[in-house]
Structure formats: C-alpha cells, structure tokens
Design a protein around this ligand. Structure first.
Ligand SMILES: NC(=O)c1ccc[n+]([C@@H]2O[C@H](COP(=O)([O-])OP(=O)(O)OC[C@H]3O[C@@H](n4cnc5c(N)ncnc54)[C@H](OP(=O)(O)O)[C@@H]3O)[C@@H](O)[C@H]2O)c1
Length: 241
C-alpha cells in the first residue's frame, strides 16, 4: 500500500514538473516582437504573428497616428505602438518592415540590438540602365544590417512574396515557399516557425551570405510580374530517398 502511495506521489510530482516545463516553454516561445514600420508588410506580419500568440509592438515614427492605432486595434492579441527605438528595446525579435533604402539607417537608429533576432524582409531595388529593376547593393541589405548590428542574429525571410499573399496564402492558388537564410540556427528556427504558422512552406537555403540570392529572387519576381507573368515561389521537395 505504501509502495503504491509512493508511486502515485512520484507520478504526480513528475506530471507537475512536466506541466511546469511546458508552461515555461510556452512563455519562452511567446516572444515580444517589434514590427518596425506600419505599412503593408507590417500590416501583414504583425497580425500574422499575433495570431500565433506573440505580443506585437509596432514601431512608428508617429505611434499616435490614427492609421497606426487602427493597425493596433485590428491585431488580435496583445498589441501596442511606440516610437521605433522604444519598440525595439522592449522586444526579443525586431522586424525591419521599412523601405529597403532606409533600412540600414533605421537599424542604426534603434540602439543596441545585441542578442535580439532581426527579421529582415526588405528589398532594395533600383531601375537599371535598361529600365528593368536591379538589386541596388553589392552584397545584401541583410548583410549590411548584420554588420550594423553585429551582436544581433539576422534572418532574411518574407522578402520574396507580396504582402497580400502574406495575409492570405490561399490566394496564391497553391503552396508558397518562403526561403530563409541566417547564421544562427535558433533564430532561423523561430522565423521558420512563424512562417509555417502563417501557412507557408519554408526552405532553409543556408547562411546569411546567401541573402543576396534571396534579394535577387525578388528582382526576378518583379521582372516576371512586369512582363505579365506573375508567379509565387514554390520549391517542391523531393521524396525522401
Ligand atoms: N509590399 C510588399 O508586398 C513587400 C513584400 C515583401 C517585402 N517587402 C519589403 O518590405 C519592406 C516594407 O515594405 P512595405 O511595402 O510595407 O512598405 P510601406 O508600405 O511603404 O511601409 C513602410 C513603413 O516604414 C516606415 N517608414 C517609412 N519611411 C521611413 C523612414 N524614412 N524612416 C523610418 N521609417 C520609415 C513607415 O511607418 P511609420 O510611418 O509608422 O513610421 C511605413 O509605414 C520594404 O523593404 C519592401 O521592399 C515589401
């Protein structure tokens, strides 16, 4: 009888420990995400991440603006708006949802981002001599951002699809792949989870030095759209061998 009582006590104790671990894991996973910018991509990713249980702080040059407050209202879950640097300071992950040609200056203005994940969906495109769009930096925005914030963990993702597809992946008419690159495995895993949580397939294409390839993928995407053949990226996985 005493053995049975001890067994039950041990079972209950282990169950309590397991439940406590699950609760701790959930708290750790429910990150605070600063979405810098309040435009099209911010309005797609902020609500998309909030629906997965994360707390969203929009970083705006004017957080009191009516459109910014409307975005906060339409974000299901804990959401608020703050000046850009304040939003970044309070977050575990910082999404740089600003025009590509100001992204670097914006990152520099955000203060110390050491230890944080930076999610970079930006593209930097200019008109080429032939009138067609061209990637406007020699390396990539993501690598320039990493150099400007060396203690942060930069992940490039969400730059190869339109914001409307981010809001409604089904509108693409089939599966959509989000390619992801970055040097930090843990940071990349968190971004992969966010993209999968929004309904996308994800393919890890390697370290951050391949970010220029992802940015060029967007240039090709724009060219095709301009030529009348819009597409979405879907990289079909081969069956396991
Ligand atoms: N549009 C797309 O479908 C799409 C898809 C994938 C990736 N991207 C990339 O994602 C980034 C954001 O694109 P978007 O279409 O969301 O742009 P957007 O609609 O123009 O919004 C950008 C936001 O950035 C903030 N901002 C603008 N100028 C700024 C400046 N000089 N300094 C600081 N903040 C500034 C503004 O927020 P506040 O006024 O509140 O400060 C603005 O709402 C771009 O790099 C773009 O290439 C776009």
């Amino acid at each position: 009888m005493r053995t049975l009582t001890r067994r039950i006590a041990r079972y209950l104790s282990n169950t309590m420990l397991a439940l406590a671990a699950c609760a701790a894991a959930e708290i750790a996973f429910a990150d605070t995400i600063a979405v810098i910018g309040t435009g099209r991509v911010a309005s797609a990713l902020g609500p998309g991440f909030a629906e997965q249980g994360h707390t969203i702080i929009y970083g705006s040059r004017d957080p009191s603006r009516a459109e910014v407050q409307a975005l906060v209202e339409q974000t299901r879950g804990p959401a608020s708006a703050a000046p850009q640097a304040e939003a970044a300071a309070r977050a575990d992950m910082v999404v740089i949802a600003v025009p590509g040609n100001v992204a670097l200056d914006v990152v520099r203005s955000l203060g110390n981002l050491s230890g944080k994940i930076i999610l970079d969906p930006t593209n930097i495109v200019m008109g080429g001599d032939d009138g067609a769009p061209t990637h406007a930096v020699e390396t990539s925005n993501a690598e320039l951002i990493q150099a400007a914030a060396p203690g942060a963990r930069v992940v490039k993702a969400f730059n190869t699809l339109n914001y409307m597809t981010m809001i409604d992946p089904a509108s693409s008419g089939g599966p959509v792949t989000i390619p992801v690159v970055g040097d930090d495995a843990d940071a990349k895993a968190k971004v992969v989870a966010l993209a999968e949580g929004m309904g996308f397939e994800v393919i890890d294409l390697g370290p951050l030095r391949y970010a220029d390839t992802l940015e060029e993928m967007l240039v090709i995407w724009v060219n095709a759209r301009n030529l009348g053949t819009p597409f979405d990226y879907h990289l079909r996985r081969r069956p396991a061998q």
